[in-house]
Design a protein around this ligand. Structure first.
Ligand code: OOG
Ligand code: NI
Length: 470
């Protein structure tokens, strides 16, 4: 029997989770179906351009999942499970203070970090940990109860963790072990039919529906699984046409006539799912919980730190203008205007202004052109000069990460209650370093990963041209 390499394990893990989630939340299958239709239509219309930010094969298989755990111990364990699939922690998101909506979690995303691995299968999972000791959300009594409840449960069994460690150490597994790993890992994220303690669940729900979803039950589950689509506005329309009502607007950058940037997402509330509740007197009854939803996303180019600063300023500017705009004006309309005023409309300009990350391809035809042959490149050349001359062609690097404000918005898409938060208290502090300690390995800074990819391509170009690029 043949062994499975890490990326094959990852692709199969994503497939199995997708099959499971489709059985659990049938609207997800509709979403995947409509996404596939939209992608096929888009590819037929745009040809090779459609593959500028990833091959059609990659985009069709592409998913991100979202899961939520309750403690540093659970976070460290889930990191071992994901490492088996070549998925490593990238980025730190503190959603406790994200804009107007606040959720009592801190998060990272587990994903492949190397270009070749991403191209083979980019499966990623946005993973949130309940900030169960943050006094702004949980009073002393609840903190003690939460720690006891979460401390007593086991989300990931020993057999799963041992197999995961083996897969990570060996870069894959023999077929039998691979099958067992996949079976156990998928099952760990299945919605449990175990009875839910009604009073405990409701007590947490009064603080936050996210807190009850995480700490109110003794297992974890996929919260959503998100396909990638090439035209999210078209998808939004087609879903509405099918009678599935989406949240009010698409999160992230507005639609505009320049290149796709960062990440645009939208979601719909899933239907209630049957759960069994257990009451204080020991009796049980059937009930319903609405905790999961459908989400879809369009991915664009990764922005540099300067580009991201500009993006954040444009978001703030859009908010400010919206606040004084005539009634009925939408955020998206306002934002589209702000973008048109502030952003260059071509990849080449974004590259020249250092606003987005690129790899650089050598255009041999441009290099061979007569004028260049008569005046060969000197010992050094500027990247901008090479781009202007058409010798170095910028190819966009796709954004592989998440946006904190959109994430907070997505969290809200199945919440009906506001929840409560005591602003007078001081929050517990978390950052990317603390998250690295919790996870047990370095949480990568996404900017470093994009920068490394860009630098490597410039170095390769310099090597081929036998010059120094400044
Ligand atoms: C995660 C929400 C964030 C996204 O795509 O931004 C997220 C969650 O609901 O657990 O998935
Ligand atoms: Ni998501």
């Amino acid at each position: 029997m043949t062994a499975l390499e890490t990326w094959e394990l990852r692709a199969e893990f994503a497939r199995r989770l997708s099959a499971m989630y489709g059985r659990e939340v049938p609207a997800y299958n509709t979403l995947v179906e409509v996404s596939t239709e939209v992608n096929e239509a888009y590819a037929a219309k745009h040809g090779a351009e459609a593959e500028r930010l990833g091959s059609i094969a990659r985009v069709t298989a592409e998913r991100h999942g979202a899961i939520r755990v309750g403690s540093p111990k659970e976070m460290a364990q889930v990191a071992r499970v994901f490492a088996a699939f070549g998925m490593y922690p990238v980025g730190f998101y503190d959603l406790r203070d994200a804009s107007s909506s606040s959720v009592p979690v801190v998060s990272t995303a587990f994903r492949p970090i190397d270009g070749a691995e991403l191209a083979k299968n980019p499966f990623r999972v946005f993973t949130s940990m309940l900030a169960a000791e943050d006094p702004r959300f949980f009073d002393q009594e609840l903190r003690v109860e939460l720690a006891a409840f979460i401390g007593a449960r086991q989300l990931f069994g020993e057999e799963l963790l041992t197999l995961a460690d083996k897969a990570a150490a060996d870069g894959g597994l023999a077929a039998d072990d691979a099958d067992r790993l996949l079976e156990l890992a998928t099952a760990a994220f299945e919605l449990s039919g175990d009875p839910v303690d009604y009073e405990w669940y409701k007590k947490l729900e009064a603080v936050s529906a996210v807190a009850s979803d995480i700490g109110g039950v003794s297992t974890t589950h996929i919260n959503h699984l998100t396909p990638r689509v090439l035209d999210i506005d078209e998808l939004y329309k087609r879903m509405q046409d099918r009678g599935i009502s989406m949240i009010d607007e698409i999160q992230g950058p507005p639609r505009w006539d320049g290149p796709d940037l960062l990440l645009r997402q939208t979601s719909f509330r899933a239907l209630g799912e049957n759960r069994v509740f257990r009451y204080a007197d020991g009796s049980t009854s059937e009930g319903e919980l609405r905790v999961r939803f459908g989400e879809v996303e369009a991915r664009g180019m990764a922005l540099t730190v300067a580009g991201r600063d500009l993006y954040d300023r444009m978001v703030a500017e859009s908010d400010a203008r919206l606040a004084v705009a005539p009634a009925g004006t939408t955020r998206v309309e306002v934002a589209a205007g702000v973008w048109a005023e502030n952003l260059p409309r071509t990849e080449k300009e974004l590259a020249l202004q250092g606003l987005a990350f690129f790899t650089y391809r050598l255009d041999d035809a441009a290099l061979d052109s007569a004028s260049l042959r008569s005046a060969p490149l000197a010992g050094t050349a500027s990247l901008a000069g090479l781009v202007e001359a058409g010798i170095a062609v910028p190819e966009p690097i796709v954004y592989e990460d998440f946006l904190p404000r959109s994430a907070a918005g997505i969290f809200q898409s199945n919440l009906t209650e506001e929840g409560s938060k005591d602003e007078a208290q001081l929050g517990t502090s978390y950052d990317i370093h603390r998250m690295s300690e919790i996870v047990g390995s370095e949480v990568h800074d996404p900017n470093d990963l994009y920068q490394r990819q860009q630098d490597a391509s410039i170095a390769a170009l310099a090597h081929r041209l036998n010059i120094t690029i400044t």
